[in-house]
Write a protein that binds this ligand. Structure first.
Ligand code: G3I
Length: 379
């Protein structure tokens, strides 16, 4: 990065900080700050690309008031940071880290290795026009970990080291070039490289549906293998992209208990509770095309009874997490408010309402229901 670039972003950051302070002063005083409500239980985080120009001052004020931990939604992913071999791009992550530090927010690095082929740049698996060897893929992994986790050593407190490596099907690991080229110990190697790059960082295995009866045994097998081989791992990240009327409470509880019995903490890393059912469209292009023809059910707003159901279910989830507060170390929402959520774009364009602040940055019934779940919030 040139000095000119750095100077430009920095001067914007300074005026941004002033704007955040002003907008914060104007915010409703009667609403408890979520990070304070849960401060004796677990950290409350949010995914947001907090960069100059990306967010309005009111949004940044909301973020700084309620959340103590921040995860960059996309900017640290491998294909953003290293789109071509050795061509690292750190301008946006540097600005993000500077913002978080200036506002005393802890940072989760998301993620070092997303173990899906479609989320990995093609060069990573190639050696000229041939497939890369195991040694070459491992060398690239090690260099990536060194360059990225090493750059932010001591500043990024924890890393999602491996993301979505476990299979949804009959296999243990997701069939991919990660597994076929680097080998069955690719996840373990990822954690060893991350640990080498920043020995103090907390290392997270992050995945979706790992609470399910189908995937939980694979997660536990992974953790047992890590333990048996002395590989470093500190936290399991249950992503938590659940849907209204379908939170798997019993499975979540079983998973928290089983993981914590193995001496590993749990975090809910990507929480949202979409109100537009999308399950049937996962990974099926045909069904996605069908879904595109559906009317945008809640484009004009989310009906009060749906918001109420969502609030009750969020509250029940937080009751469960509070019950296991000794095992749960963080809950991160995947987006600041409903207007800043991937749920509006994937698997098809729609107006979803999965978070706890609405598009006008106002707390929803779900916010109040969650805040009421711990006695700390009561006067
Ligand atoms: O920024 C470009 C924009 O310039 C362009 O016009 C537009 C056209 O599609 O794309 C924009 O980039 C999109 C980006 O999000 C920013 O909005 C990408 O296409 C889109 O693929 C990307 O989606 C992200 C997705 O991961 C894939 O990387 C979502 O924001 C992000 O929320 C989502 O997060 C993942 C976690 O990392 C892992 N767990 C699942 C979770 C949800 O899918």
């Amino acid at each position: 990065m040139t000095h000119q670039h750095r100077g430009g972003l920095w001067s914007k950051m300074i005026s941004l900080a002033a704007a955040v302070a002003l907008a914060g002063a104007a915010e409703t005083e009667n609403v408890p700050a979520l990070r304070d409500v849960f401060k004796d239980k677990f950290d409350i985080g949010v995914a947001a690309e907090v960069l100059p120009g990306n967010y309005q001052p009111e949004e940044l004020a909301l973020l700084c008031r309620h959340f103590g931990v921040v995860t960059p939604e996309n900017d640290l992913k491998l294909h953003h940071v290293q789109p071509r071999e050795g061509a690292f791009r750190f301008e946006r992550p540097d600005a993000f880290v500077a913002f978080a530090e200036a506002h005393h927010l802890k940072i989760v690095g998301h993620n070092l290795f997303w173990m899906r082929d479609n989320e990995t740049p093609a060069w990573f698996f190639k050696d000229g026009d041939q497939p890369a060897s195991r040694d070459l893929v491992l060398k690239r992994m090690r260099e990536h970990a060194r360059a990225v986790a090493g750059r932010y050593r001591g500043r990024i407190a924890c890393w999602d080291v491996a993301n979505e490596a476990l299979s949804d099907g009959g296999e243990f690991l997701r069939p991919s070039k990660w597994q076929s080229l680097a080998g069955d110990d690719v996840v373990e190697q990822a954690f060893r490289f991350a640990h080498e790059a920043d020995p103090q960082a907390k290392l997270i295995y992050n995945d979706y549906s790992i609470e399910s009866p189908e995937k939980r045994p694979k997660l536990l097998r992974l953790l047992r293998e890590f333990k048996a081989r002395g590989a470093p791992i500190h936290v399991v990240g249950i992503q938590g992209h659940w849907e209204l009327d379908a939170i798997p409470f019993a499975d979540i509880e079983k998973t928290i208990e089983a993981v914590s019995q193995l001496g590993v903490k749990v975090a809910i890393t990507e929480l949202d509770l979409g109100v537009v059912r999308r399950g049937e469209a996962w990974m099926d292009a045909g069904k996605q095309r069908e879904a595109l023809k559906k009317p945008d059910l809640y484009a004009a707003g989310c009906p009060p009874d749906v918001l109420q159901r969502q609030a009750e279910q969020y509250a029940r989830l937080f009751q469960l997490l509070l019950k296991h507060a000794g095992a749960v170390e963080r809950v991160t929402f995947w987006g600041l408010h409903d207007g800043r959520s991937w749920l509006n774009d994937w698997p098809w364009k729609r107006t979803d309402h999965g978070l706890i602040f609405d598009r006008r940055f106002q707390p929803k019934p779900a916010f109040f229901a969650i805040a009421a779940e711990t006695s700390c919030s009561k006067p």
